[in-house]
Design a protein around this ligand. Structure first.
Ligand code: TGC
Ligand code: FAD
Length: 388
């Protein structure tokens, strides 16, 4: 029988290994994330107590090679993990995205063998927590305008600057820092906390409240040459990291949409108004049909980018398309689901509005909706329009 949850029968494409993975992450989210997350979100705290379980389940570094402590899975598995985690909360998915795609990936891709051996296993087990510092107070959408500098001093580098809006900053042991050298070339560094970077919590967020966000302050921090990522040169390197994280966000947004669909459908069948379930009214059915359509479209896109990745045909344009569409789809879905729940829709107990507000940050980070629009505009026209 056709089920709304698997409308396009994508389950048929999944081997049992992926289904087991999905069920294990879903169980973790249902049993250990959803029951506690509203309280952490309300208090503006990241639930650190979940880290050990996240590591134990192998949710960090899933697509990193086994020899470096990773899961040895492909990107489809990573997508399934991020989708199921974001069904719980974007902040939990963010933690895994950053640790895997923005910290482990650059070390794997641009690091030396010594760096890989030293850091990757400890990052996979979450013995070491990392963050990724690209954005600055005056360099958000345009990271090429960063002011953070790396001055060469013998076999050391002096890092000076401030990174802002950095996920996991305050709980980090290491930071991947992007800075311009004396020749204005962007370089990447693995900076350890005891080398001297400072962090400051950014308070007052009304979105992504269960995620740690902070500033990273580099006040002439000395970093040895052995901590520079030797194969990272230019903006292309951090942008390659963003591709990995954006892939996970495109999948994660589907998790939110699926959660909203389940919740709104159930609620509408149970809620009686004017003597009938609200699900029986045409206006509600229109919302439900739209929610189903946005959710399934986003899911199809997510599966397709995983297939293209496996075939070696995935371009960063596909990733921009997927991040842009899927996050916007999840936003529309969460707004419609919230309205179906009436007053209950604004309550933390029902989780929809938490997702809805989280999506504001998700649509901003990793390239805003507008930036991905311009990337697609450039793809279509061949004309770059970021700068005048
Ligand atoms: P542009 O001249 O276009 O590109 C510089 C070089 O990079 C190449 N390139 C890419 N390579 C790989 N992947 C991509 N996505 C790439 N996009 C461009 C390009 O071909 C060029 O190569 P080469 O060989 O010619 O040097 O650079 P631009 O300065 O014009 O900027 C382009 C723009 C605006 C698209 C880019 O800077 C951008 O994506 N801006 C958005 C910034 C952003 O997304 N920041 C995210 C910070 S991290 C974060 O938000 C983490 S949130 C926490 C979580 O994930 O949960
Ligand atoms: P701006 O770049 O100032 O943009 C403001 C507005 O102008 C946006 O609507 C934008 O789309 C629009 N705009 C900008 N340029 C153009 C243009 N050319 N044409 C049309 N419109 C334009 N960064 C990290 O490096 N690491 C992290 O871990 C990280 N985590 C984050 C966590 C959270 C909760 C948040 C909110 C952000 C995080 N970021 C992180 C930063 C994030 O990537 C940036 O916020 C994002 O890239 C946008 O930059 P900005 O906020 O400075 O906005």
């Amino acid at each position: 029988m056709l089920k709304y949850e698997d409308f396009f029968l994508l389950d048929e494409k999944l081997s049992s290994e992926y289904k087991v993975l999905r069920e294990s992450v879903r169980k973790f989210v249902d049993n250990e994330v959803i029951p506690i997350i509203s309280e952490y979100w309300e208090n503006g705290k990241f639930p650190r107590r979940l880290i050990s379980k996240i590591a134990e389940l192998g949710l960090v570094g899933s697509y990193m090679p086994v020899e470096y402590g990773g899961g040895g899975f492909d990107k489809l598995a990573y997508g399934i993990i991020t989708r199921e985690l974001e069904r719980g909360d974007s902040g939990i998915r963010s933690f895994v995205s950053v640790q895997t795609s923005l910290v482990m990936y650059p070390i794997l891709t641009f690091g030396s063998e010594n760096q890989r051996k030293k850091y990757l296993p400890k990052l996979a087990s979450c013995e070491v927590i990392g963050c990724f510092g690209l954005t600055e107070p005056d360099a958000g959408s345009d990271p090429s305008s960063m002011k953070t500098r790396a001055y060469r001093k013998g076999n050391k580098w002096i890092l000076r600057g401030t990174k802002m809006w950095i996920t996991n900053a305050n709980i980090s042991d290491i930071a991947i820092i992007w800075a311009k050298d004396d020749d204005n070339i962007i370089r990447g560094f693995i900076v350890e906390r005891d080398m001297g970077y400072k962090t400051k919590e950014m308070k007052g967020k009304i979105s992504l409240r269960a995620s740690d966000t902070g500033e990273v302050i580099l006040d002439d921090v000395e970093v040895p040459e052995e901590n520079r990522l030797p194969f990272a040169e230019g903006l292309k390197a951090p942008l390659m990291c963003l591709n990995q994280a954006r892939f996970g966000i495109a999948w994660g947004a589907v998790g939110i949409a699926q959660f909203c669909l389940e919740t709104a459908l159930k609620y509408s069948k149970e809620r009686i108004m004017f003597s009938n379930p609200i699900a029986s009214y045409q206006l509600t059915q229109q919302k439900l049909a739209d929610i189903l359509t946005y959710t399934q479209n986003a899911n199809l896109i997510a599966y397709r980018i995983a297939e293209l990745e496996k075939e070696g045909k995935l371009s960063h344009y596909h990733i921009s398309y997927a991040k842009r569409y899927n996050v916007r789809a999840a936003k529309v879905v969460s707004e419609m689901a919230r309205s179906i729940l009436g007053a209950n829709g604004i309550m933390l107990d029902y989780h929809i509005m938490r997702h809805m507000t989280n999506l504001e940050a998700v649509e901003t980070y990793e390239g805003t909706y507008e930036i991905h629009t311009l990337i697609l505009g450039e793809f279509l026209t061949g004309m770059e329009s970021f700068r005048k």
